[in-house]
Design a protein around this ligand. Structure first.
Ligand SMILES: Cc1ncc(C[n+]2csc(CCOP(=O)(O)OP(=O)(O)O)c2C)c(N)n1
Length: 370
């Protein structure tokens, strides 16, 4: 007879460590941890830096484009570069990412053209990229749905013997959603090769973490599902990489899912439609500015002799060229036909659906006449 709970061994082994895993100190000094080995070559260490810088420059460009009326809205990743680049870099080619709307950094690592992501925020068309090009699913705006997509995808991949891992990115707020709960439970029960990557950026729009949950940490929630919970310094790209690597390897070996909480901070507004000065202080912002993920990593690379002014300028030049191309592609891009929205939802549209299509047609015609 099975007894309550199906965790083999000591469930305390699933608990996150007391302090977040941190491999780089404030001065950029490296302190390796046996449980989270780094298997990175010098070229990888530089690549992590390059992706973080490119992500930050594209992010700034996107905000500017929104300010110029070129994007409808945009959700910034400023401050969260390490929390995205590290885990995305820990994935292999066959693996899949199921992102939220804030994952420009992860998209860049997967080889998605940032212009494609921004076409979505512009509304040029329904989605700017083909998920199958780089195993990067469409951005999920409804909170937490992508956790379900990842769990289901991972379960199917396991049945197919595909040997791949699905990583879902979501925020601290999403952990309060029913969808996320169901995803975590299903993934655990079915040993799905899944990594649930939570960027705890301290806020869900204006709701601070203290009002979001009574759990000691987000990583502690994992224990309730019977999966390991990890916690890492989300502004330390070596820690995010190493912890993700462990969770990804575990999933790939058939060990089942993990939940990782990357502790970070959203330095910008929630989206360009938000005014964060109404719910957080300059003092708090200043404290997190001092923990900037790129500055800390740059100090490490320079100490190691892996970065000098020439290489830094090379990356900046690449970033300038990238954002110039993105800007050129987005600026005044023609909008698609909004009615195309109806083409890709149902194979056999029902009568309500037809009525909705007619209604939108009338509204569009009316707008044209006004
Ligand atoms: C199902 C659903 N409910 C509400 C919203 C409105 N909404 C948009 S972003 C957001 C906060 C999400 O916070 P979090 O999960 O912490 O992610 P973050 O935006 O901080 O990255 C909410 C409630 C939504 N998009 N979807």
């Amino acid at each position: 007879m099975t007894t309550a709970g199906a965790v083999a061994g000591d469930p305390r082994a699933l608990l996150p460590p007391d302090a977040p895993v941190r491999l780089l100190d404030d001065e950029g000094g490296l302190h390796e941890a046996d449980a989270f080995p780094l298997d990175l070559k010098d070229a990888d260490l530089v690549a992590l830096y390059r992706f973080m810088v490119l992500a930050r420059r594209v992010d700034r460009q996107a905000i500017n484009l929104q300010r110029q009326g070129q994007l409808g809205v945009y959700a910034s990743l400023l401050g969260q570069e390490a929390a995205q680049v590290g885990p995305a870099y820990a994935l292999g080619d066959p693996d899949w990412v199921f992102p939220s709307y804030r994952e420009m950094g992860a998209a860049l690592v997967r080889g998605i053209d940032p212009a494609a992501i921004l076409h979505m925020f512009r509304g040029t068309w329904l989605a700017g990229h083909d998920p199958y090009d780089a195993n990067f699913a469409l951005l999920s705006i409804p909170i937490g749905t992508q956790a379900l997509h990842a769990a289901g995808f991972a379960m199917a991949a396991k049945l197919d013997g595909a040997g791949l891992v699905a990583m879902s990115f979501f925020g601290d707020g999403a952990t309060s959603e029913g969808d996320t709960h169901e995803a975590l439970n299903f993934a655990a029960v079915f040993d799905a090769p899944c990594v649930f990557w939570v960027q705890n950026n301290q806020y869900a729009i204006s709701v601070p973490l203290s009002l979001q949950t009574r759990a000691p940490t987000i990583a502690h929630k994992a224990v309730g599902y019977g999966m390991p919970g990890y916690r890492c310094d989300g502004n330390d790209v070596l820690a995010t990489y190493a912890v993700a690597r462990r969770a990804v390897d575990r999933a790939r070996r058939g060990g089942g899912p993990s939940l990782v909480e990357a502790v970070t901070y959203r330095m910008e507004a929630h989206t360009t439609a938000d005014d964060p000065s109404r719910y957080r202080t300059e003092t708090e912002l200043g404290e997190w500015r001092a923990k900037d993920p790129i500055a800390r990593y740059e100090t490490f690379l320079r100490r190691e002799g892996l970065l000098d002014d020439a290489l830094s300028e090379e990356v900046e030049q690449e970033a300038r060229e990238l954002v110039a191309r993105v800007r050129g592609e987005i600026y005044d891009a023609p909008h698609g036909d909004p009615l195309e929205l109806f083409e890709h939802v149902y194979v056999e549209p029902g009568p309500h659906y037809d009525e909705q299509r007619r209604q939108l047609r009338r509204e569009l015609d009316g707008a044209g006449e006004a």
